[in-house]
Design a protein around this ligand. Structure first.
Ligand SMILES: *Cc1c(COP(=O)(O)O)cnc(C)c1O
Length: 412
């Protein structure tokens, strides 16, 4: 293990992203490999939230909608995310949850492709994605959801009846990355649209939506973007669709003139029409503060660090723990992999619990995946090497084989 620790120290010394770790609060002694589920808290966030509450809210009250920019926050916070997905200023709206934004996007896509009634979805996608598609299909007569089975090429699921393809760019379980440009080209050749879920992409994996000619995208901000629990999600639609775009959650905050209080809905210009109701100001303030750091980050260096870190982890785990029968289910090729790594193991749940008891936090995804996330913005290679030493020890000593590690929690 000392060999991996020594290599980790060298990698840390040469890491241009390493200084950003100082921007985050790390609980004492914790090795946090779950930044792909809920990112660490940036240390500058609490003061910003306090200022929003005690200044803008307590003192400014209703005036803050204008004076503190609350009304425009869905778009100004979106502008901070835009560079991470190749979008331009004014193209990203922030609000609601990823689930709700999936609903808006799928419904808008059906509207943009009249006569086509199928939503084609990756059957192995994160559950909420397919659940939202099912809910929409129940609501819109004639709409059905068709699934791509694992390994099935996208092109074989496409047909003249497909309005929209719903895919994750990075698979939440395996971290496999889809070729966004190639898939989008296939989908367009068959006359359909594509809605990308970027929840496990943004802040860890390179993404250029316009370059891939994508149609729509949604994503989480509480994962690699560190916006905090329940932070509002983002949504992007290619500007070529803006004019015709109708999303069904046509609330007043997405209206062209909300304070005219007219009876008829008229969508605002551009991406503002993606906004539904009153913005979640306190959550947006936390997210805005968390996003400030990204303007300073050398993104290609960050993405390179993600690939180096996951490769280092795979090599260390296979070297130290391979004989225990842990099986890599993430792609071995770094370019095909997002920023987390999953190993299947029969007692994966117990192993993850035993690691958590030692202050090494990963998570478990049924049926058998031990999932470890590597947020490149704040993790060090030394932490990764230490985590592998703990994993090896838990397996070598069978420390996982303890009744208290078998109790299933509600959230895994
Ligand atoms: C985390 C995640 C979500 C979460 O959606 P919420 O509405 O924020 O609960 C959705 N899709 C994918 C692919 C995710 O990884």
């Amino acid at each position: 293990m000392t060999d991996f620790l020594r290599r980790a120290a060298d990698l840390d010394a040469a890491d241009p992203i390493a200084p950003f770790a100082a921007e985050f609060h790390v609980p004492d002694g914790l090795i946090y490999l779950d930044g792909n589920s809920l990112g660490l808290m940036p240390t500058r966030v609490p003061a910003r939230v306090a200022e929003t509450a005690t200044g803008e809210w307590a003192e400014g009250l209703i005036r803050s909608w204008t004076s503190a920019g609350w009304f425009t926050m869905p778009m100004t916070v979106g502008d901070r995310i835009a560079p991470l997905i190749g979008a331009s200023a004014g193209e990203v709206a922030v609000g609601d949850s990823t689930s709700v934004n999936l609903f808006k996007g799928l419904a808008a896509a059906l509207h943009l492709r009249p006569g086509r009634h199928v939503v084609l979805a990756d059957g192995a996608n994160f559950p909420t994605d397919v659940y939202m598609a099912q809910g929409l299909a129940d609501l819109v007569p004639g709409t059905t959801v068709r699934y791509l089975e694992p390994g099935q090429p996208v092109s074989s699921g496409l047909g003249d009846d497909v309005a929209v393809l719903l895919l994750s760019h990075v698979d939440y379980r395996t971290a496999r990355v889809r070729d966004m440009a190639a898939v989008t080209a296939d989908v367009h050749a068959r006359g359909a649209l594509v809605l990308w879920d970027l929840s496990h992409t943004t802040g860890a994996v390179a993404c250029d939506l316009p370059a891939a000619d994508a149609d729509m995208a949604v994503g989480c901000t509480y994962k690699y973007l560190n916006g905090g629990p329940g932070a509002p999600a983002f949504m992007w639609v290619h500007p070529r669709h803006h004019e015709a775009l109708r999303q069904p959650l046509s609330g007043w905050m997405g209206h062209a003139a909300p304070f005219d209080f007219t009876r008829g809905y008229a969508p605002a210009a551009g991406a503002r029409r993606l906004v539904c109701g009153t913005p979640q100001v306190l959550s947006l303030a936390a997210l805005d503060e968390a996003l400030a750091v990204w303007a300073l980050v050398d993104l290609p260096a960050l993405y390179a660090k993600s690939r180096a870190m996951t490769s280092f982890f795979v090599e260390a785990v296979e070297t130290r723990c391979g004989h225990h029968g842990v099986t890599l289910i993430s792609p071995r090729e770094p370019a095909e992999r997002g920023s987390h790594v999953s190993f299947d193991y029969a007692h994966g749940y117990e192993v993850v619990q035993a690691l958590i008891a030692r202050g090494v936090i990963g998570d478990f995804r049924a049926p058998a995946a031990m999932r470890f996330g590597f947020a490149p913005l704040y993790l060090s290679f030394t932490q990764v090497a230490r985590a592998v030493a703990h994993l090896a020890d838990v397996l070598d000593t069978r420390a996982w084989d303890d009744p208290r590690f078998r109790v299933r929690a509600v959230v895994t």
